[in-house]
Design a protein around this ligand. Structure first.
Ligand SMILES: [Zn+2]
Length: 312
């Protein structure tokens, strides 16, 4: 089969590799679509925790050999520790993501444990399915934030996760939802989901979601949040950041992290992607993936969502 192998920093090679052989309790999925997001372009730029060569791509949907349409929940845990038992698999010390530590969806096929499969209804297009994985992240962040009906909510960044937060607001009929986003195309998509262009007013929002995670957006989140407010951080652009703890204490800032999702949240995301539009997705062939990753790294976010169609 064809696969894109990450062989080093900014080294993505289209190669002919052996088709995956399913182990016990595994099934082979013929991949229809694999979403491309922050994990992929940041991984391309800095392989980090990936062991090389690595087949990236963790937002995967496709068909079983019987033709059943499925989405793959890529998060795996040890299944026996306290965190796994509390449905917090992402906090398991042995957590792994298919498409990060394990080979994923930048290929024509993938072998995955049967337990990772969630059936995909016919009315969800493959393009819409490419939003399931980011939207599962959004659902976790939205639930962590425990938003009150009168809260003014700011989303920074309308990539997959930011759009998913806007979709959570739409689902819950939460009106006070604002967005900061430089890309016109992404602003338009978020507006179609009900998000209003934000007012950059200091000390204004009860809840801020930073889906970018750069030095700049984290500072912006803290500047725009109200005293006693909450900021939920999901972006990985920068690892280390200075925080003024005296200010944090006096302002009663609640700074919170949100990482991936539970099994239930992943399943809930299948319903949430009904708020997305097929035309938001740019379908790519293998050869078009690397130029797209480079464009993202150059801050060109004119594509709302990019996705590989490896068997198209
Ligand atoms: Zn565990």
């Amino acid at each position: 089969m064809k696969a894109l192998q990450l062989r080093g920093k900014e080294k993505l090679m289209l190669e002919e590799v052996n088709s995956p052989i399913p182990q016990k309790e595994e099934v082979v999925i013929n991949i229809e679509i694999t979403g491309i997001g922050g994990s992929e372009y940041l991984g391309y730029n800095n392989p980090g925790i990936r062991s090389l060569p690595n087949i990236m791509g963790h937002g995967i949907s496709g068909r079983t050999k019987e033709g059943i349409r499925v989405a793959i929940n890529p998060l795996l845990g040890c299944t026996i520790c306290d965190y796994c038992n509390q449905n917090l698999v992402q906090l398991c010390t042995k957590w792994q993501l298919i498409g990060v530590q394990i080979n994923g969806g930048f290929a024509q096929q993938v072998a995955v444990p049967k337990t990772t499969l969630v059936e995909l209804p016919e009315h969800i297009s493959w393009e819409q399915a490419s939003f399931i994985e980011p939207f599962a992240n959004s659902i976790n962040a939205w639930e962590i934030a425990a938003i009150r009906p009168t809260d003014k909510v700011l989303i920074i960044g309308a990539g997959g996760i930011g759009l998913g937060i806007a979709a959570c607001a739409k689902r819950d009929q939460h009106k006070e939802i604002y967005l900061l986003e430089k890309s016109r195309q992404r602003r338009k998509a978020a507006a179609e989901t009900g998000a209003i262009t934000a007012i950059e007013k200091e000390n204004y929002y009860e809840v801020v979601f930073d889906t970018v995670g750069s030095d700049e957006t984290r500072k912006e989140a803290i500047k725009l949040m109200k005293r006693n407010g909450k900021s939920i951080f999901l972006g990985f652009a920068t690892a280390q950041q200075d925080v003024n703890f005296s200010e944090l204490i006096r302002m009663q800032y609640h700074l919170m992290g949100s990482f991936v999702y539970s099994k239930e949240q992943f399943s809930k995301a299948i319903k949430l992607v009904e708020f997305t539009k097929t035309e938001w997705v740019k379908n790519l062939r293998f050869e078009e993936v690397e130029p797209q990753l480079r464009a993202f790294l150059k801050d060109d976010f004119s594509v709302v969502k990019a996705a590989l169609r490896p068997n198209k």
